[in-house]
Design a protein around this ligand. Sequence first.
Ligand SMILES: Cc1cc2nc3c(=O)[nH]c(=O)nc-3n(C[C@H](O)[C@H](O)[C@H](O)COP(=O)(O)OP(=O)(O)OC[C@H]3O[C@@H](n4cnc5c(N)ncnc54)[C@H](O)[C@@H]3O)c2cc1C
Length: 419
Amino acid sequence: MSRKEDVVIIGAGIGGLTLALSLHQAGIACRIYEAVPELKALGVGINILPHAARELSELGLLPELDKVAVRTRESIFFTEHGQFVFREPAGLDAGFDWPQYSIHRGDLQTVLLDAVKQRLGADAVVCGARCTGVSQDDDSITAHFVSPEGEKLPSVQAALVIGCDGVHSALRKQLYPDEGAPRYSGVNMWRGTTVWKPFLSEASMVRAGWLDVGKMVIYPIRNNVDGKGNQLINWVAEITDPNPAIRDWSRPGRLEDFLPTFENWHFDWLDVPALIRASDAILEYPMVDQDPLPTWTQGRLTLLGDAAHPMVPRGSNGAGQAIIDARFLAGQLKEKGLVPEALQVYDKVRVAATTQVVLTNRANPPDTILREVYERTGGKPFERLEDFVSQEELQAISDNYKKIAGYSPAALKARPSFL
Ligand SMILES: Cc1cc2nc3c(=O)[nH]c(=O)nc-3n(C[C@H](O)[C@H](O)[C@H](O)COP(=O)(O)OP(=O)(O)OC[C@H]3O[C@@H](n4cnc5c(N)ncnc54)[C@H](O)[C@@H]3O)c2cc1C
C-alpha cells in the first residue's frame, strides 16, 4: 500500500538533511528515505565556506556547529620543500559576515540529523529504505524502495521527489541510464585523521606540494579532543596515479602506497610523516567527477548535491553547493508551491551555477596557486618567490575561484536570503 507525502527526499546526507530543515522552515512537510539501516558518523574532514555557513546560520545551527567544529582563520600554501608561498585570511578574519568551518563530515551530519529529529520529529527520517526509482504521471510521483536485504518495501506517493542520493545516485541513473563512468582526474587521495598538537594559527588550512610530486591538504577539525589541548587533524594526501582507486567513501587505504612520497616532509611547524603514521585509520578515494548534466529535472523529480553535480574536492565546495542547492530549492517551493514549475526554476539556476564550479574545480581551483609555483620554479627550492610569481597573481587565482563559487564577501553580503 502506498503512503502519501508532500515532498519525499531520497538520502539523509548533507544535502537531504539541509533540505528537510529548510522545507520545515518554509512550512512544507517532507520525509527522508535513507538506504542505510543506521546513520553512522562516517567520513573525515570537510570545509564549510562562508556562503554555506550563511545558510546554516539562517537555519540557526551555528551554536551547534561551534561545539564540534573549528572556525578556520587562514588558508596557507607551502611548497613540498616547506617554503611559504601564499597566505590569506579565511571566514570572519577575511571580512565575511559568516565563518568558515573545518569539520568532521560525521559531526556535520549529526548536527543536521539532530536538528531534523528535534524540529520535524523522530520519524522524519526512515532508514533502511533504498530507493530503486520513481514512476510519475501529471498529478503525482511515486518512489519505490527495497530493504537492505533487497526485499520490496511499500512505495510512497508524493507531490515531488528530490534525489539527494549522493555519488552513486539511483535517480540520476534513472534519468541518464547511458551516462558513462565517472571521469578520473588522474589523482588518487588517501585521507585520515590524527590527534595532534595545534600548529600554525591553530585554525590554518594548509595546502602543500603539488600533485606530480605529492600534495597534502591538512587542517584541524575538532578542538581539544583529549582535555590536553590537542586537536583532531584532518589530512589528505594526493598523488598522480594512472590507476583510479575504487569509488567507495569507506574503502581502507594502505600506508605503503603513499607514505614514501611524503617521507621527507619534516617542516618546522609540522612533521608530516609522523602525523600520517599516527593516524587512526586511512581511507582511499579516487579524485573523480562527472561531466555536468544539461538538466536534473523530469516532471516532479529533481536531483540535488552530489547526485546532481559530483565534483573533484579541490575547492571545498562539495558539501557547500549541496547546502546551497537545498536552500535555493526550498525558497522556490515556498514561493511557487509544490509544482514542477518550481523545480524548473531551481534547475535552470543551479545547473548553471554548479556547472561553473565543477569545471573550475577541474581546471582552476584555489590549489592552482601551487601548480603555478611548482611549474615556474621547476619544483626546486627558491631564494625569492617574487622572482617567479607575484603575490598579486596568486591572490587573483584565489579571488577568481571565490567569484565563481559564489562567495566573495561583497557579493555574499549583497545577496538576499533564499528563504
Ligand atoms: C559515507 C560517506 C562518507 C563521506 N566522506 C566524505 C569525506 O570524508 N570527505 C568529503 O569531502 N566528502 C565525503 N562524503 C561526501 C560528502 O558528504 C558530499 O560530497 C557532500 O556533502 C554532498 O552531500 P550529498 O548529500 O549530496 O551526498 P552524501 O553526503 O554522500 O549523502 C547521500 C546519502 O544518500 C544515501 N543514499 C544513496 N543511495 C540511496 C538510495 N538509492 N536510496 C536512499 N538513500 C540513498 C547515502 O547513504 C547517503 O546517506 C562522504 C559521503 C558519504 C555517503
